[in-house]
Design a protein around this ligand. Structure first.
Ligand SMILES: [Zn+2]
Length: 80
């Protein structure tokens, strides 16, 4: 009787381990897909007209001539 109980516990444990491995594999797969997606959405870089630092387009500051700058300070510096 006790052997049967141990056998059930063993089967349950193995099933649980397989389930965990499966869940981990699926999670890793979705993570890698997300990573790949992020890479494809990598932003273009623009050069600051004042100091020459490369900044992502979304972080760049533009003046009325669409000249890119790394920060507002450099935009103002360029004008003067
Ligand atoms: Zn700058």
């Amino acid at each position: 009787m006790i052997v049967r109980l141990l056998f059930f516990i063993l089967v349950f444990a193995i099933g649980w381990i397989i389930y965990r491995q499966f869940a981990k594999a699926i999670m890793a797969k979705s993570k890698s897909v997300k990573k790949q997606d992020d890479k494809s959405h990598e932003e273009a870089m623009v050069k600051c007209a004042t100091c020459g630092t490369f900044v992502p387009t979304s972080h760049a500051v533009y003046d009325h001539n669409q000249t890119p700058f790394c920060c507002v300070e450099h935009k103002l510096e360029h004008k003067s």
